[in-house]
Design a protein around this ligand. Structure first.
Ligand code: PEP
Ligand code: MN
Length: 352
């Protein structure tokens, strides 16, 4: 159903990676308040770190700092919980929003422990994707929290650990959060460019991409003096930079209001539809020729797979595709799909 309204300003969760001192917490919150753009104040109290001997969070002592900053500014607070003890301490401090981190959502035992500790409460829970690209694990974590009777469950996309990435700290793999949104259309989907990017210079392009994919909001780490942050220093930005980043976002509308735009778009879409049908007819033609080849191979006892011939086709098509401005990755995926379907058709002829 097309919604007849423009997309609103994204929901913004901002604040330091970690609460460091009472003063840092309060001053960050005050600076964020000034932007008038922040809906939730974040701070990590317990920090799950990859290596020991890194700063592991100030612990429980930081909860009253976060709550004081939240009360003074009127911005609701949110923090990360990883076990029952964290949940109990956070609830006792008065938090109404909790997030589950990527190193926790990966572990069903840990998520279940948190879910059990939350039973009977009315807090909202924001579930970050697990560190590995496993949609079902993410769905499972959300289901465990929902099954504990928690009504308000949202998702945060923070990217996925990859063996080697040139650009990102955590690969975005946008198709996974989009598949999650498909499964749970009513859940709010938030993008965390800070942990995806791992560096300041690409935060705004990641945030823009999320807006164009109709995400509901952004979680962005902010620090008054990012270079001095006790954790995740390279990716934090000042509240002023955050303000600019949000101002520069282009929020495009999902619905098409202008009649002229609608008409031109419809014409182009009709052309696309026609081409899609033509492509299918061509593929069907290709498959019926493949079947003829299959019959011929059967008669002459030749194997279906002819690696040399396939490599020839691949090289020819890769070159032709590149000349037409298509990416190598796309052509490879497309050729692979065509090849597999071709083999399937030939095999069915062989087995007749
Ligand atoms: C964080 O938000 O600071 C954090 C630790 O995130 P993640 O679980 O995504 O690594
Ligand atoms: Mn962080």
């Amino acid at each position: 159903m097309a919604e007849n309204h423009n997309k609103q300003k994204p929901l913004i969760i901002a604040g330091p990676c970690s609460a460091e001192t009472e003063e840092q917490m309060m001053n960050t919150a005050l600076a964020l308040k000034k932007t008038e753009k922040v809906d939730f104040l974040r701070a990590g109290i317990w920090k799950p770190r990859t290596r020991p001997n890194s700063f592991e969070g100030v612990g429980e002592i930081g909860l009253p700092w976060l709550m004081a900053a939240s009360k003074t500014t009127g911005i609701p607070a949110i923090t990360e919980v990883a076990n029952r003890k964290h949940v109990e301490a956070a609830l006792k401090a008065g938090l109404k929003h909790l997030w589950i981190g990527a190193r926790t959502s990966v572990n069903p035992f840990a998520v279940q422990e948190i879910a059990d500790a939350l039973e009977g409460t009315s807090v909202a829970v924001w579930v970050k994707n697990p560190i590995n690209p496993d949609l079902n694990l993410w769905i499972g974590a959300i289901e465990r929290i929902k099954n504990a009777g928690i009504q308000k469950v949202n998702a945060i996309h923070r990217g996925f650990s990859a063996a080697k990435s040139q650009t990102y700290r955590n690969e975005p793999m946008w198709e996974i959060p989009l598949a999650l949104k498909n499964e749970f259309p009513h859940l709010k989907l938030i993008c965390d460019p800070s942990h995806i990017g791992g560096r300041r210079d690409i935060l705004s392009s990641i945030a823009q991409k999320a807006m164009d994919l109709i995400y509901d909001g952004l979680m962005i780490e902010t620090h008054l003096s990012p270079d001095d942050a006790w954790s995740d220093a390279q990716q934090q930005i000042t509240p002023n930079t955050l303000n600019e980043l949000i101002d520069n976002l282009i929020i495009r509308s999902e619905s098409i209001l202008d009649a002229g735009v609608k008409k031109s778009l419809n014409e182009l879409r009709t052309m696309i539809d026609e081409i899609d049908f033509e492509l299918l007819s061509l593929i069907q033609k290709r498959m019926s020729i493949a079947e003829e080849i299959g019959a011929y191979k059967k008669e002459h006892h030749i194997t279906i797979l002819q690696p040399k011939r396939w490599e020839e086709i691949r090289q020819l098509q890769l070159k032709a595709g590149q000349d037409k401005g298509l990416t190598t990755k796309f052509i490879e995926r497309y050729l692979e799909a065509i090849h597999q379907e071709s083999i399937r058709h030939q095999t069915s002829v062989m087995n007749k």
